[in-house]
Design a protein around this ligand. Structure first.
Ligand SMILES: [Ca+2]
Ligand SMILES: [Ca+2]
Ligand SMILES: [Ca+2]
Length: 473
């Protein structure tokens, strides 16, 4: 018997080793980022909106010839219907920008985006790598794939002398309103004025494979319903309502809904009691109420139930709030997914809602959830007096910098206005180029908007790209 156990030990050890190896795949794992919805002003300044973003440090040192203890880079991502927005905060003791555009011998950031969700060896159509450098004429340089369909970039030094880069990237093919997550990576090249790259810092890629394998990148999830307060939970509906400066509607007459579990029916989301829930495995799940009179809504609050923290994946994942005046024809007012909530119990989440039409009937509708059993304890609609809205503390007036006055700012329009020739180049929009040209070109054909950038760069100073980063002919 003992012998048998002894004989099993090596096999067990091998199995454990294999399991352990399997748990650490060659490609990077672990990181995740949720991008809030919001439209920052691209001027190089970090406005309050950015404080809401999920700010992450690039932690994996994947190469270079020096030390990594004097530099750091943070990245934050926001999105709106048109564009992705990036904020890179570069912390460094020896900023240098003397090398040609695109070279890691400048302190710069590489942004990797897989619009086509290839998730594999690079560089395929839809995959892009853009080098962002806080230096005029070198600011946006696409190393691989297409240039952005449109962009803006601005960079500014903060109070400590560190550079911040704000960048707007307008995708080619991605419809951001229909995209849940995008494969990306970020890399900070910390260059040394002596002409070497001290370190590469990556976000997702742990082994320095990001240039050759997009499977080492990580998905950034687009939060579909974020509107300031939804990322933060509250203990009561009143606190949640206060966070968006909106007034909850208190009286609902429940009309009809999808069958729920025993004592967990569709009426429970309108009863003002976070202790009762609508829980069902029947989809789509619906719950209809009538208001005392037609009302326009301007806020939405929803609360998780008693045991979401124990049973994950129960939050509504394809939900809508709809309005109707005949209980037949429903108009979507707001839609969202589970990112509206967190996996927590008895917690209220809130968002503002834009709607001009008054409805008598409202419907909570949800098509799915991750676990197959969905639950929700409360839905609270808000309708607020104009006088209350006028006292709005949440819409803090931020003085926006006039972009025309910025020196550290580049966009196709700005670059196009530099000289008559570049203006002409800029005037030829990407759409009129042959479709085939929009595909990824392995050869070094620099795309439209960046031609302008490159021309400018060449005019400025740099004719030769560092041999290591010269594109293939
Ligand atoms: Ca800004
Ligand atoms: Ca440096
Ligand atoms: Ca309830």
């Amino acid at each position: 018997m003992n012998k048998r156990i002894m004989a099993l030990i090596p096999a067990l050890l091998i199995t454990l080793c294999l399991l352990a190896m399997g748990a650490v795949p060659a490609a990077a794992i672990g990181e995740g980022m949720k991008a809030d919805r919001g439209t920052p002003w691209v001027d190089g300044e970090i406005e309050p909106l950015w404080k809401r973003a999920d700010r992450q440090k690039l932690t994996h040192v994947t190469g270079g010839e020096g030390r990594s203890d004097t530099s750091l880079c943070y990245v934050s991502v926001l999105w709106d219907e048109e564009s992705l927005y990036f904020l890179f905060e570069l912390i460094d003791n020896d900023f240098t920008f003397d090398a040609p555009a695109g070279s890691p011998l400048n302190d710069c950031v590489y942004l990797y985006i897989d619009e086509a969700d290839v998730f594999g060896p690079t560089w395929k159509g839809g995959q892009t790598c853009i080098c962002l450098t806080p230096a005029a004429g070198k600011s946006v340089y696409p190393l691989y794939g297409d240039a952005p369909a449109d962009f803006e970039t601005a960079w500014a030094k903060d109070i400590d002398g560190y550079w911040n880069i704000e960048f707007r990237y307008t995708p080619h093919t991605l419809d951001l309103t229909k995209t849940d997550k995008i494969l990306m990576d970020f890399r900070f090249a910390d260059a040394n004025p002596d002409g070497v790259t001290d370190c590469f810092f990556n976000w997702s890629d742990e082994l320095g494979e990001c240039e050759t394998d997009s499977a080492s990148w990580t998905y950034v999830t687009l939060k579909k319903t974020a509107s300031g307060a939804s990322g933060e939970g509250f203990a009561t509906a009143e606190e949640a309502a206060a966070s968006i400066n909106r007034t909850p509607i208190e009286k609902y007459m429940f009309m009809e809904g999808t069958e729920g579990n025993h004592n967990e029916g569709a009426a429970n989301i309108w009863d003002g009691n976070v202790g009762t829930k609508f829980c069902t495995s029947v989809f789509s799940m619906k719950s209809v109420v009538r208001l005392p009179k037609p009302m326009t809504i301007d806020g939405l609050i929803m609360a998780t139930a008693n045991d979401n923290s124990a049973y994950n994946g129960r939050n509504p994942d394809e939900w809508k709030i709809q309005g109707s005046n005949n209980k037949q024809d429903w108009t979507d007012i707001v839609t969202g997914d589970e990112s509206f909530f967190d996996e927590v119990d008895f917690t209220y989440f809130a968002m503002r809602v834009e709607c001009d039409t008054a409805y008598r009937y409202y419907r909570f509708y949800n098509r799915s959830c991750k676990s197959g059993c969905c639950q929700l304890s409360e839905v609270v609609l808000c309708s607020t007096d104009d006088a209350v809205k006028a006292l709005d503390f949440a819409d803090v007036e931020v003085e926006l910098t006039d972009k025309d006055t910025l020196t550290n700012y580049e966009s196709p329009a700005r670059l196009g206005s530099l000289t008559p020739e570049t203006a002409e180049t800029e005037a030829a929009p990407a759409e009129v180029r042959p479709a085939v040209e929009k595909k990824y070109r392995r050869e070094s054909v620099i795309p439209g908007v960046v031609t302008v950038c490159a021309v400018f760069a060449v005019l400025g100073a740099c004719a030769v790209i560092a041999p290591k980063f010269r594109k293939e002919d």
